[in-house]
Design a protein around this ligand. Structure first.
Ligand SMILES: [Zn+2]
Length: 296
């Protein structure tokens, strides 16, 4: 019996061992299964992360692209706005130019010759009477276009500052006044009045932009003006005030009239002075390009 008890005990132990082993095996299997699941989840997560990262990167690239495209658009819009601004400025300038041109009398830069006179009914829009201190004959009223007067005043004042004796003998003359004057000369001197210095550029006087100068020493005469200091001063300086001598020595249009100066605007006068040219030698269409800046 002792032996069978031992056998029994051994059998019980073996069963217990088996049971424990099985239990352990079961636990390990469960653990393995859990590990595999975890691993799968991890792999899945990694895949998700990878996919998400790729998607996110893709989205970032797309976003950058669209931001860049947006910036391009903004630049394009800015460029377009600048162009619009420029063309608007140009348009505004053109409108200003047109307005300026429409208010500037084209006759003021018209060439008048022996065959082309100003209309007898023409009169300047506004006239200013000169102060006595600028006039040779104080009993006489001398006037000039109000638009031209500031330029003439500057010229006369500057000559005074330079201690040069220059006086205005005549300015604006109406068609009727000129006819009377011419008639007077003609009755005194006959047809010779047409050729001697009876100031034939009368159309220019009718414009109100033209003056005849003299000096005290000439006693109101025109002849001899070319030998005066005043004449030399005008040759050097008149252009700065927009004046030019209409009929220089040797011109084909009229007698030499060194005393007779016409306002043509500073730009044109400067051009003529610098290039040693004369108003009547230019083409009318070239002269007309200066009309817009006549009073600049
Ligand atoms: Zn004159």
């Amino acid at each position: 019996m002792e032996h069978s008890k031992l056998l029994y005990a051994l059998a019980v132990l073996a069963v217990a061992q088996l049971g424990a082993s099985y239990y352990m095996y079961d636990k390990i299997t469960t653990l393995n299964t859990a590990n595999i699941e975890t691993s799968n989840i991890l792999t899945g997560l990694q895949t998700d992360v990878t996919n998400n990262t790729e998607t996110t990167e893709q989205r970032i690239i797309e976003l950058s692209d669209s931001i860049y495209a947006g910036q391009q658009d903004v630049e394009d819009i800015q460029d377009a706005l600048k162009k619009y601004d420029r063309s608007f400025d140009k348009l505004t300038d053109s409108v200003d130019d047109l307005e300026k041109l429409s208010t500037t009398d084209p006759e003021l830069l018209q060439k008048y010759s022996k065959v082309y006179f100003l209309n007898e009914h023409y009169a300047p829009a506004d006239l200013t009477a000169l102060d006595d201190k600028y006039i040779y004959d104080n009993g006489k009223e001398v006037s000039i276009s109000s638009e031209v007067w500031p330029y003439l005043e500057d010229l006369l004042d500057e000559a005074r500052d330079d201690r040069v004796d220059i006086l205005v003998l005549s300015g604006y003359r109406s068609y009727d006044e000129q006819s009377t004057l011419k008639g007077m000369y003609t009755s005194t001197y006959g047809v010779g009045a047409n050729t001697f210095s009876a100031d034939q550029g009368y159309s220019e006087h009718q414009l109100g932009t033209t003056v005849d100068f003299t000096v005290t020493g000439l006693n109101g005469a025109l002849d001899g003006f070319e030998n005066t200091e005043a004449y030399n001063w005008l040759l050097k300086n008149a252009y700065k005030y927009g004046f030019t001598m209409s009929y220089p020595e040797g011109n084909e249009y009229y007698e030499y009239e060194p005393w007779h100066w016409r306002f043509v605007g500073k730009d044109l006068a400067r051009y003529l002075f610098k290039n040693d040219e004369y108003f009547y030698d230019l083409e009318q269409r070239e002269i007309d390009t200066y009309l817009i800046e006549l009073f600049d």
